[in-house]
Structures are given as C-alpha cells and as structure tokens.
Ligand binder design. Sequence first.
Ligand SMILES: Cc1cc2nc3c(=O)[nH]c(=O)nc-3n(C[C@H](O)[C@H](O)[C@H](O)COP(=O)(O)OP(=O)(O)OC[C@H]3O[C@@H](n4cnc5c(N)ncnc54)[C@H](O)[C@@H]3O)c2cc1C
Ligand SMILES: *[C@@H]1O[C@H](CO)[C@@H](O)[C@H](O)[C@H]1NC(C)=O
Ligand SMILES: CC(=O)N[C@H]1CO[C@H](CO)[C@@H](O)[C@@H]1O
Length: 542
Amino acid sequence: MAFRKALKQTVIIGGGSLVTVFGLSQLIEYKKTQARLARVAAEAELRVPFADELPTRQAQLAALQDPEEFDVLVVGGGATGAGCALDAVTRNLKTALVERNDFSSGTSSRSTKLIHGGVRYLQKAIMQLDYEQYMMVKEALHERANLLEIAPHLSAPLPIMLPVYKWWQLPYYWAGIKMYDLVAGVHNLKSSYVLSKNKALEHFPMLKKDKLVGAIVYYDGQHNDARMNLAIALSSARYGAAIANYTEVVRLLKTTDPQTGEEKVCGARCRDVITGQEFDVKAKCVINATGPFTDSLRKMDNQETKNICQPSAGVHIVIPGYYSPDNMGLLDPSTSDGRVIFFLPWEKMTIAGTTDSPTSVTAHPIPGEDDINFILREIRNYLSPDVEVRRGDVLAAWSGIRPLVTDPNSKDTQSICRNHIVSISDSGLVTIAGGKWTTYRSMAEETLDAAVKTHCLSAGPCKTVGLMLEGAKGWTPTLYIRLVQDYGLENEVAQHLASTYGGKAFDVAKMAQVTGQRWPIVGKRLVSEFPYIEVLVSFLTQ
Ligand SMILES: Cc1cc2nc3c(=O)[nH]c(=O)nc-3n(C[C@H](O)[C@H](O)[C@H](O)COP(=O)(O)OP(=O)(O)OC[C@H]3O[C@@H](n4cnc5c(N)ncnc54)[C@H](O)[C@@H]3O)c2cc1C
Ligand SMILES: *[C@@H]1O[C@H](CO)[C@@H](O)[C@H](O)[C@H]1NC(C)=O
Ligand SMILES: CC(=O)N[C@H]1CO[C@H](CO)[C@@H](O)[C@@H]1O
C-alpha cells in the first residue's frame, strides 16, 4: 500500500518536474516570441528617412550646420559614440555625431574582437563575493546575446579552449565555467564541455604536452569590430542622424545662463579635417565619447578636472592560422607567471596577445619591436618546444589603448575595474568613458538616459535592444551560396562579401567587374591570397 502510494507520489512529482521543465521551456519560447513581436512593433514605429540611400558626407556636413540646434551632439565615432548616436536618433532626438578620423579608427578597431561577459571577472566576483562584478558580468552576457542577434553577419559564437595543467584545477575551472553558462541563463550561446588531454592535443597539437591534464571548452562571441562600429554608425545615419567622419571638435561652445550666471555647453566648434573649414554645431547636449582622449576633452571643459582615465596598452600580433586550434580559440587565464595569453582564429589567421601594460595616450599607438618580441617570447614559452616561432611569422601587429576608468567621485584609485562611468560636468557636458565593446549598447542607453534627464529633452524610450544593424536584414547563413550562383563569384569571395556587408552584399556583387575568364565570372582579386576584389575599392570610396 505504502509502496503504491510512494510510487504514485513519485509519478506525480516526476510528472510535475517534467511539466515544470516543459513549462519553463515553453515560457522561454513565449517570452522570446513576445520580445520579437515587441521589437517588430518598435521598429515599425521608427522613421527611416534614408531607407534607400544614405546621404553623402557633403550632405551630412551641410546637415550638421543646420541653424536649428540639435538635441544631442556626440563627439567621437568609436563604438561608444556611434552607439550613443543610434540610441539618441531612435528615441526621436535630433542627433549629430562627429569623428575626427574615420569611424572606428581608435580603440574600437584595435580590440581582441571578443564579445564576452568576462570569465575572469566572474571568478573575481565569486571569490571576493563582489556583487557589482557579478552584475557587470551578467549585463555583459546579456549584451553579448543581443549583439550576436542584431548583427549576425558580423559576429558568431566562438568556442574557446582553456587548457588545464593541474588535476585540482579541473573541477575548479569546470565549476567556474558552468557558472558562466548559468549566469548567461537564456542568453547562453552553447554549453561548455570538458576535453581529455588527447582530444585537446588533437584540436591543438602545438600545446606543451607535459603536465597537460585536459581542457575545458566554453563559448563567447567574436566579431569584426571595425565593421561592427561602421554598421552602428551607418544605422544611425539611416535613422536620420547627421554624422560625419574627418570632422574634429576643436572647441566647445558655451553660453552664460542669464538667470544663474552659469556657463553651459551649447555645441561645438568643428573643423572639416579634409578642407580645414570650420563651423559651429549647436546642440542642447554634448556627449563626449572620445575614448582614451576623454580627459583632454573634459579638460577643455574645465582645466581643474581630475583625470579619470588610466590608460594601458594592449598589443596584438597576427600569425599564421595553424597557431590556433581549428575554429577554436585558446585562452590561458593564468600562465605560470600570472599572465593571460590568447590565440584566437581570425580571418583564417591567428590573433595572439597577452595582458596589457601601462602607457601614455597617443593618437595612433604603434607597437614597438620590443612589444612584438615580448609576445613572441611568451608564445614560445607556452607552446611545445619543437615548435619554432619566428619573427617572420608575424604578419601584422597593432596596439590599442584601454581607457581604464577611475571614478572621479571616488577617492580610491584601486577601484579601476573595467566598468564604465557616465559623468556630467557643471556646464552640462556628458562624458561616457571606459566600459568595453561588448556593452556599448547598454552604456549608450545609460548615457542617453542621463542626457535626457539632465537636459530635459523630450525623448521616447530606448529602442536599441534587438534593433537590427546595417546589413543584418536579408542576411542568412547561406547567403553566400546565392552570391556564387546568381553572380558567378568565387566561393571565398562570396563568403567575404556576405560576412562583411550582410544583406547589402548583393549591391556589391552587382557592381563587380567581369573577369573575362570562365570562372569566376565576376570579381577580380586585388591580391591572390585574399578575397578582396577590385570593386571593393570603388564601393569603399563611394
Ligand atoms: C587591447 C584592447 C583589447 C580589447 N579587447 C576587447 C574585447 O575583446 N572585447 C570587448 O568587449 N572590449 C575590448 N576592449 C575594449 C574596447 O575596445 C573599448 O572599450 C572600446 O572600443 C572603446 O570605444 P570608444 O568609442 O570609447 O573609444 P574609441 O574607439 O577610441 O573612439 C573614440 C573616438 O573619438 C575620436 N575623437 C577623439 N577626440 C576627438 C575630437 N576632438 N573630435 C572628434 N572625434 C574625436 C577618436 O578619433 C576615436 O575614433 C579592448 C580594448 C583594448 C585596448
Ligand atoms: C568618410 O569619409 C570619406 C572621405 O571623405 C568618405 O568617402 C566616406 O563616405 C565617409 N564615410 C561615411 C560612412 O560617411
Ligand atoms: C573641443 C575640443 O577642444 N576638442 C579636443 C578633443 O580632444 C582632442 C584630443 O586630445 C583634442 O585635440 C581636441 O582639441
């Protein structure tokens, strides 16, 4: 009797949890559908003044000189600034953005190209029971999922292998990585897993064999940072923002409030770097998103300002593709001397690098010979001794300055974590500094929330969650096949066009010149080793 009762109970409980599991997945699906519908509705409400054709730079420069003031002027066309412009314009604010060089010419094109939550920060959060760190990771994981969704042509999940050298580390790392999956929740990309020593070596035969115990594979995102930045900027232009590259802010404009006698920022003096012509851009609110240069712009506002940036430089080198596992990255968060080292696949090559070192800010940081040799030395230590890593293997190198931010309101300089700060000066200049690529959208949302509040702008709600970026519409994972079939492009060239221009790849393919050969029918390569074709040059300069 008791047995049957127990059995019945078990069935009910078992059934119950099945229903719960089933219900949960239903709920997640339902929520996803709701989110999608809300997004479609939000996008339908958005005005797209330049749906067909974008204005030329000339037209943009004219628009910037509109005598009627802008609601928002963003200074800086990196990820952060472009993100702010897109956020502002889709809230129905009259928006302008100027960038003194090209879009993404700064730190935003010199990153490690990962869209990540930060496994290391999660470890810190847990070890030090730091709630703020934890929330930072959670937010970044949410943004990671969003970025992969809104620009699928420019980004993809990337498996990353963490080699393990001590037995006791295996459960420790495993638990940490599982936490990472767990914190991502519904936004998780793919589940992490353990690799045996043999499997790990199969994936990456160049690893030092002795002491290797096994490896753990987890997922983060990877993107083409420069194109992503451009996609954000172009999207903001489509929605009507007046944006111009090679336009520099030389001075902030200020007015004196007749009642309080206070000075307020009311725009900026800009210079067209190409012609040297100067003009004023009037705006109710100026946002300084100048990245590592933040302090120089803030000092323009107030000479007494305390520095909030503590720059450090990160050098990356590009080496041949066989230095990274097949379609997989490798990252060691704690090499024997405590450094981080990584090998990531990138455009059929490998990006390698280590942790940053302190630096001073320069406009075009160039990695020195000693920086390059330093990374090569680290790599040699790391790989199997029979692998010969030569200086000649280095195909390219770049250096990026990381604007680590210290909170100007906190006395403690120890609190340099890679979080961001939105601060507002007495004259109303809004500064957004720090953060990371992955969180550009949420940083922009927070910045615009602050700007709208401080300057009493009449704005709609933020609409950038799920807002598809330039090129995302019409892209499918098999789009390149249609490019091959419809236009007669080479496979590799078609893949490059699809993953660079997304749905807009057809516009490029249409313009590709006939080669005069049997195959490919169109698309002559500029250099035989790379999938760049002649038409890209004219497409770029259009
Ligand atoms: C080595 C390295 C690796 C990184 N890797 C990652 C990673 O893998 N994942 C991740 O999420 N994050 C990463 N980051 C962080 C990320 O790259 C940055 O947080 C982000 O790119 C900063 O963007 P930004 O727009 O603030 O700055 P920037 O991209 O530097 O943009 C600032 C822009 O302002 C312009 N400007 C300056 N002064 C003026 C003026 N007076 N008038 C007009 N324009 C002006 C500059 O020309 C520049 O283009 C990395 C950073 C570094 C340094
Ligand atoms: C950037 O400037 C160049 C040179 O004037 C111009 O050809 C290009 O169209 C500009 N880019 C954008 C996206 O406006
Ligand atoms: C308005 C203004 O003075 N802009 C400055 C922004 O920062 C750059 C980089 O330091 C300066 O060169 C500009 O003068």
